[in-house]
Design a protein around this ligand. Structure first.
Ligand SMILES: [Fe+2]
Length: 288
């Protein structure tokens, strides 16, 4: 089993991997397993200045797990994130500046992990921030854990898009409505025994709660998860690669001038663990 040397990036989340260069990335057969173990422990892995191109990124990430494929990109495993008008998904990246987990609106389980490499960085801003909802869950009181174990939350595409388009046209609303809403437990009890909170920009409302009260709770949980002392902000240099655990880390892109180029290559490790409360938190009842 390979061992990797790491250095903490912040108190609650993230490490830089110190002893992996492109040659080791390519040739160390045990490295993927070591990376996945470190990812489970630290939430975010930063590899500085690797300089992977898209084929190399797809090759390495394919050794970490099964990758999502997006047929509209030249290498389907590598999605280009940019606001270039030619980018087939440019419109959908607008809300990336809100805290979110990926995949809460999909029928399939959310991705296990996301991987970004910096191809072109913004002159100012454009950092990516991460915050742990595992840690946020651990910080809840026993009474909150018990209460939240019973809550179910509706996630909608409209909730995401309204951040970017607060006054939608009927045509926009109809378009957003075509994507089905998903209902998830607020607390995700994972096979590992850990729990995370399923919160962020996709949340619409809490079932059974008065809408304003539910919204206030969801917003408060994001706020408590993302206080400045709990956030890892990564300022990109060209060539950096970051892997994050999408099952328990919120992420978002920081502001930058969207008229200027910024290009990130993105690969996604498919998940195999549905959002459910499979293990009861201590002292909590089963969700209805
Ligand atoms: Fe995302």
């Amino acid at each position: 089993m390979a061992v990797i040397s790491v250095e903490k990036l912040s108190e609650h989340v993230g490490v830089a991997v110190l002893d992996v260069d492109v040659e080791r990335l390519r040739s160390d057969e045990d490295l993927p397993a070591a990376c996945l173990t470190a990812l489970e422990e630290h939430g975010v892995l930063l590899f500085r200045g690797l300089g992977l191109d898209a084929p190399a990124q797809a090759e390495f990430c394919g050794r970490l797990g099964t990758l999502a494929r997006m047929p509209r990109y030249p290498i389907p495993e590598v999605m280009q994130i940019s606001f270039d008008p030619d980018n087939p998904n440019a419109e959908y990246f607008r809300s990336n500046d809100r805290w979110h987990l990926d995949g809460c609106l999909d029928a399939a389980p959310p991705p296990k992990a996301g991987v970004l490499t910096a191809q072109v960085v913004a002159a100012q801003g454009g950092e990516t921030e991460f915050a742990s909802t595992y840690s946020a869950y651990e910080n809840l009181s026993a009474a909150e854990k018990e209460h939240f174990a019973a809550l179910r939350v509706v996630h909608t595409f409209e909730a995401v898009q309204r951040h970017s388009y607060p006054d939608p046209t009927p045509a926009q609303l109809a378009e957003w409505d075509r994507r089905p809403a998903r209902t998830h437990p607020l607390v995700w009890g994972q096979r590992s025994g850990r729990h995370s909170l399923v919160i962020g920009a996709t949340t619409s409302h809490v079932i059974g709660m008065e809408p304003g009260e539910g919204r206030a709770l969801l917003d408060e949980l994001v706020q408590r998860t993302t206080t400045p002392d709990r956030v890892l902000r990564h300022a990109w240099s060209v060539g950096d690669m970051v892997i994050w655990d999408n099952r328990g880390l919120l992420h978002r892109a920081c502001e930058f001038d969207r008229a200027q180029p910024r290009v990130m290559n993105r690969t996604t490790l498919l998940g195999d663990e549905p959002i459910q409360l499979v293990a009861e938190p201590v002292g909590a009842g089963r969700p209805s």
